[in-house]
Design a protein around this ligand. Structure first.
Ligand SMILES: [Ca+2]
Length: 91
């Protein structure tokens, strides 16, 4: 059986929990997310292997390979995070 998302919306752009989480990730407030910021955020979610997860996420989401997740890439991060079932909705 595929995973279901009973407790959260899995439509990109509509998840308030995710948007708040993204805002809390961007610790220096420059509107983009560095790998360091993502790694730290994943660690705070209580997930293991945060360095590895951050690397995987960046390989997936940072399509222009500039080392940051920018505004246009955040929707991709959201889809990725939902697919990987990161518990961001609890924030
Ligand atoms: Ca980028």
């Amino acid at each position: 059986m595929p995973p279901t998302y009973n407790n959260r919306k899995d439509i990109p752009g509509s998840n308030e929990g995710f948007r708040d989480w993204v805002k809390s990730i961007d610790t220096n407030g420059d509107g983009k997310i560095s790998r360091q910021e993502l790694q730290e955020a994943i660690r705070k979610l209580g997930l293991w292997f945060c360095g590895w997860r951050a690397r995987r996420a960046f390989a997936h989401v940072d399509s222009d390979k500039n080392g940051f997740i920018t505004e246009e890439e955040i929707a991709e991060l959201e889809k990725y995070a939902i697919k990987k079932r990161w518990p961001f909705a609890t924030f």
